[in-house]
Design a protein around this ligand. Structure first.
Ligand code: ATP
Length: 347
């Protein structure tokens, strides 16, 4: 019998609801073909929720997320939320104890992209590093940020990176590509923090002798990604370096319109498209649902539903390559609903 899953959905703000509704329709269509089925538990979070309740992440939302098999997020307008309204994304990350963000980037037939060869995943630590939010003023004219790196968080992130590499191995081997993890650092300058980070990466690499392991200075890595993007497989980085490198990778591939992402921990995981709330097009029904549908495919993969994930991905890429039913950002004039119908038909 096909598996059934409880999914907590946080549509969030702006186009978040529109695109998560599209992804839900695609996943619901899987059961008709004997695939998995889903119970959706919708929960409030984000700026709209703050305006209504004065909390941007109600406790019940987090409880439902923890009890679910996986969590699908739309987009949240976090910049509009004042400090006393909380940090809903940070709250979800902390509450679900996620250790790394996983962002795949690959070229897609039918979409103009600067690189036809790119096919990499950036795995980025998301709880500390330069974004630990530890800042203080040192007198009136100087400000300080603490770059926090712990062995525990680095090991957790490195394990997720090597697990990603192992999961990609068969597909890459079929294309004649090596399985490789590149740990990114600036250890010549950040001797202690990146020294510790690299020690942790090396320890996990030693447990995976079958996966190629290398290190690269962040500046050299950025240049090499632009010059020869096809040589990268899994890029493993601390928070701020990974934030920047994952945008370079997305830019070399399809741009943000198709970019999917996951945040993974040892017990829980959540999945969200990389794009934001797109207030300029919210409510018009014209947002490109592809990034969220591909994000939902990552969620299927994480749940162990590899066949269903591959079906969804193939359908999205097929619709884009055919080019008949595309939203405006991809050069067409279709609505989000029409593009979603085309994906469902292609499955
Ligand atoms: P936020 O502050 O939530 O990040 P933003 O407008 O700064 O919002 P995005 O939401 O990523 O950042 O939007 C950047 C641009 O990309 C906007 O012009 C938006 O309309 C467009 N865009 C983002 N996502 C989509 C999508 N799914 N489909 C079509 N256009 C999109």
């Amino acid at each position: 019998m096909a598996n059934s899953y409880r999914i907590c959905v946080m549509p969030g703000d702006g186009i978040g609801r529109e695109v998560t509704d599209c992804a839900r329709r695609v996943l619901d269509s899987l059961s008709a073909g004997g695939g998995p089925s889903f119970t959706w538990e919708e929960q409030p979070a984000g700026h709209g929720t703050f305006l209504e309740t004065s909390h941007s992440l109600p406790g019940a939302t987090l409880d439902t997320a923890r009890a679910a098999d996986a969590v699908l997020l739309g987009a949240m307008d976090v910049e509009q939320i004042p400090p006393h309204g909380g940090d809903p994304l940070g709250g979800v990350r902390k509450g679900l104890e996620v250790g790394a963000s996983v962002r795949p980037s690959r070229a897609v037939a039918g979409v103009d992209s600067p690189s036809a060869d790119i096919d990499c995943v950036v795995v980025r630590e998301v709880t500390e590093g330069m974004y630990a939010r530890i800042e203080h003023m040192a007198g009136d004219d100087a400000a300080c940020a603490v770059r926090l790196v712990t062995r525990e968080a680095s090991l957790r992130c490195a394990r997720i990176a090597f697990a990603q590499a192992a999961a990609r191995r068969d597909a890459r081997a079929a294309d004649g590509k090596p399985t490789r993890v590149t740990a990114v650092h600036k250890v010549g300058v950040l001797k202690l923090t990146d020294g510790l980070f690299l020690e942790a990466c090396r320890a996990v690499a030693d447990d995976h002798p079958d996966i190629e392991y290398e290190t690269a200075n962040v500046d050299a890595c950025a240049m090499e990604m632009v010059r020869d993007p096809g040589r990268f497989d899994v890029i493993l980085a601390t928070n701020a370096f990974g934030d920047i490198l994952s945008d370079i990778a997305a830019g070399l591939a399809t741009g943000l319109g198709l970019a999917a992402s996951a945040c993974i921990g040892e017990r829980w995981a959540y999945f969200e498209p990389v794009h934001g709330t797109a207030p300029d097009i919210a409510g018009k029904g014209i947002a490109n649902p592809s990034a969220t549908i591909l994000t939902a495919a990552m969620m299927l993969q994480h749940l162990g539903e590899s066949d269903a994930a591959a079906r969804v991905e193939r359908a999205v890429y097929g619709v884009i390559e055919a080019g008949d039913v595309l939203t405006a950002d991809l050069g067409g004039s279709a609505t989000s609903a029409a593009m979603t119908d085309a994906v469902i038909a292609a499955m």
